[in-house]
Design a protein around this ligand. Structure first.
Ligand code: PLP
Length: 453
């Protein structure tokens, strides 16, 4: 029999509804100074159609035809059987990966970017502001805004702005504006620069700037957009796992034994994993593993607390795992995984024992990325190498145990814009970072006196 390497779906088979884990898991409310924040509390920041989704506990939500049409530019995404990687590892495990690197921006991020741009257009928004770490989100949103005809303004974390100039050019090609953060354009940026002129920046700082730029527009026609963390983003990404289910079925696989995704804010991991979480809640035996860098160990070492989503404390408090909103992680190359917090839904699922997070060091991840590139062929984004490294650990474990496990991981993006990181790895300039417990504790001090979830 010929080996089926790519399991594809027709455009017609693309899911017509998103799955909302908030129907099955209940997160504590967003907290403001006066208690729980009602939907109207977000009016200046997000369009109300997206706020409604953020608060929704409806299990299935229809994907509007207009969004389905935008998604079919690259979806459904293929699922690959990693035969070559399996062979290199000599594992009895069957390894599958969902290939989200084929979107125009090169990652899973356009799945929510086009949805958010479309809802904003419907609402009457003229301009979207946002932050970006590695530049993936900024380019995804610039792409999406160009499709629906609204402006995009992106605050890019300084270190990535310097390390990854090509992403800035992608944003500009799609018509977006890209500014290094912290910048002099906002009060939040000016305050940080006054104190720390040489700061490499952080996602938390860039979020503060982007929110300020949106809410301070007196016309009310500028809104803010977040590429991860929030419930509506997890919802839009659920299309990954819903497609994956259909694809596994096509090749006669039942529920996978292990599901893996790298987790920065949690969205690509959630997108793949959430549709399977409800199976697990109904008795399926699945190990669900979010993977993070050792240098930014949000799920594995930080407590479940109430914290702000950004450094300048512009957002309400979110119940999540957090290293503290002032945390600035070491400058590892997986820029998209350098966030102090984690999606509330992912955090809650971890609290409920539905997932077992894992942290992996940078060098092991690059090593896994190289093996993947040399076998399967695609050069993974540094973020994605975390998922690959965990998949390899699991495949080796299956070999030791002599078990025919089915391992599914999310290939969140390609690394063609991140070759500077590969250069540093190949020339031996990268090291592993350990975050001392004392450093973690020091950063958590900012949370003294905060409510407990
Ligand atoms: C942004 C990004 C991530 C991390 O974001 P999540 O919201 O945790 O998914 C992971 N992989 C790639 C390729 C990214 O661009």
């Amino acid at each position: 029999m010929t080996k089926i390497r790519k399991i594809v779906l027709t455009e017609d088979e693309m899911p017509k509804q998103w799955y909302n884990l908030a129907a099955d898991i209940h997160c504590p409310p967003f907290m403001g100074p006066d208690g729980p924040v009602p939907p109207e509390g977000w009016e200046k920041v997000f369009p109300m159609n997206l706020v409604e989704q953020e608060y929704s506990t409806q299990r299935w939500i229809d994907i509007p035809d207009g969004i389905r049409e935008l998604l079919t530019r690259w979806r459904p995404a293929p699922m690959h059987r990693a035969y070559a990687l399996e062979e290199a590892l000599g594992t009895p495990a069957r390894i599958y990966y969902k290939n989200e690197s084929l979107s125009p921006a090169g990652s899973h991020k356009p799945n929510t970017a086009v949805a958010q741009a479309w809802y904003n257009k419907e609402f009457g928004t003229k301009k979207l502001t946002t932050e970006t770490g590695a530049g993936q989100w900024g380019s995804a949103l610039s792409f999406a805004c160009s499709l629906v005809g609204i402006e995009a303004k992106v605050f890019m974390v300084r270190i990535s702005f310097d390390q990854k100039p090509f992403r800035k050019l992608m944003m500009q090609t799609w018509g977006g504006t890209c500014i290094a953060s912290p910048s002099m354009e906002t009060q939040a940026g000016r305050d940080i620069l006054a104190k720390f002129p040489d700061t490499p920046g952080s996602l938390g700082i860039a979020i503060s700037e982007a929110i300020e730029a949106a809410v301070s527009d007196p016309s009310g026609e500028t809104k803010y957009s977040l590429g991860s963390v929030l419930n509506h983003v997890m919802l839009h990404q659920s299309i990954i796992g819903l497609e994956a289910k259909k694809q596994l079925e096509k090749v006669g696989e039942k529920t996978p034994d292990v599901i893996i995704g790298c987790a920065g804010g949690g969205s690509n991991f959630a997108g793949l994993a959430f549709p399977f979480v409800s199976d697990k809640m109904h008795g399926a035996e699945i190990d669900i593993i979010p993977v993070e860098p050792y240098s930014c160990p949000t799920l594995t070492q930080a407590p479940y607390v109430y914290d702000h989503g950004d450094t300048a404390k512009m957002t309400p408090l979110l119940a999540m795992h957090s290293l503290g909103h002032a945390f600035v992680p070491p400058p590892i190359h997986a820029g998209g995984l350098r966030y102090h917090g984690m999606a509330p839904l992912v955090s809650k699922a971890v609290q409920e024992g539905l997932m077992t997070p894992r942290a992996i060091h940078q060098l092991e991840c690059y090593e896994a990325g190289l093996l993947f590139a040399k076998t399967e062929g695609i050069i993974p984004a540094p973020e994605t190498t975390h998922a690959i490294a965990a998949a390899i650990q699991e495949a080796k474990k299956a070999k030791e145990e002599g078990k025919e496990k089915v391992i599914l991981f999310n290939f969140s993006g390609h690394g063609l814009m991140d070759l500077v990181g590969y250069d540093k790895y190949l020339s031996g300039q990268l090291t592993d970072y350990n975050l001392p417990q004392s450093e973690i504790e020091k950063n958590l001090e900012v949370l003294k006196g905060y409510p407990q979830p």
